[in-house]
Design a protein around this ligand. Sequence first.
Ligand code: FAD
Length: 395
Amino acid sequence: MDLSFSPEEIAFQQEVRDFLASHLPEHISDAVRSGVELPREIYQEWHEILGRKGWLCTSWPKEYGGPGWTPVERYLFDVECSRAHTPRIVAFGPHMLGPVIQEFGNDRQKAEILPSIASGEVWWAQGYSEPGAGSDLASLKTRAVRDGDHYVVNGQKTWTTLGQHADKIFCLVRTSTEGKPQQGISFLLMDIDTPGIEVRPIRLIEGGHEVNEVFFDNVRVPVENLVGEENKGWTIAKFLLTHERTNIAGVGTSMQALVEVKDLARQMKRNGRPLIEDPLFAARIARVEVDLEAMKITNLRMLFQAQKQGHPGPETSILKIKGTQVNQELRDLARRALGPVAAPFPGQMTETNLLFGPADTEHNAAIYFNNRKTSIFGGSNEIQRNILTKTMLGL
Ligand SMILES: Cc1cc2nc3c(=O)[nH]c(=O)nc-3n(C[C@H](O)[C@H](O)[C@H](O)COP(=O)(O)OP(=O)(O)OC[C@H]3O[C@@H](n4cnc5c(N)ncnc54)[C@H](O)[C@@H]3O)c2cc1C
């Protein structure tokens, strides 16, 4: 089996490198490299640069404004973007709602929604989780009651990532309490500035404002904003989640994190010797590198499978579990390599605090804590194991 890239794929990789070298502004890559929380303007500028090139929605076919790339091309693009320190593409429009509209949307929704995502112009948020409805998503209670040609929505969503920046939000709402909980759920689109919607920040352990609570108080939403059929939203919800899980794997991000960990381990000293020469530390690096190599192949294998069957399947749970484990191990190794200089949070640093590490590491502790989330969001890793045992092992 030949695992090397073809000459065409290598040429494609070079094309991406050239594009990034000429189109990724330095102030954007500097912001990403420093590890600070990015403002909307940075994401927006980068999304629009990719949008103009037709490279924002990497998994979309050409007919909807995507590049029509093969799985290998998408993989190479991700890896090159991580290497160049681009912002991650905010996935809610490009990688979640986009595929949903292509599969379940009507012609009007396709014509209105897809171009505004592909250009990077409109930013979406994901309104799935509620207090008491995370792992057990089907127990969600946000109610949408039909009133003429509108739904009236009341309830609350939580953990809404970057909702403070969003223009619109896609939500799972309860339209019926008859039968099994899964049977009364619908998929509804809303402008986030509709009267009655309020977005409130949740502060995370590292001090960042990445997630929010969203409250709905008699919000009137046109019936035409329903995607698919009323009470059939559960099928759409599951379809979207398989796309979300493929993207959480973050192989490119982990490859870059591995380079950085090795760099740190060369710079930091233990007992007067570079840390990378410490056999215990080197063994941990080796183990995570082997896992990452296996992940690369698994990721490609699943991208090909998804292309063949038209959509990703439940096996994306493997990618989600392994991808987040590798990512968290790398963040832990970076923190351990820095030792005491990884401890201060950016806000606690003062001019008199001399515990600074090498360049670009002052946000290391914050990044470590922030990444604890990856084994929880997109469906916790325990839930992914449940999915695998049911769907793939038949247990
Ligand atoms: C940083 C962050 C960003 C997020 N962004 C979004 C977003 O943009 N939009 C959105 O809708 N949601 C978002 N989420 C929510 C996320 O999907 C949920 O947190 C996740 O599904 C877990 O739900 P929960 O928090 O209610 O925990 P719970 O469901 O209460 O789970 C608590 C613990 O119990 C375990 N557990 C629960 N049930 C089982 C079971 N049956 N078997 C084994 N173990 C179980 C879980 O694994 C977990 O460890 C985000 C979460 C985080 C942390």
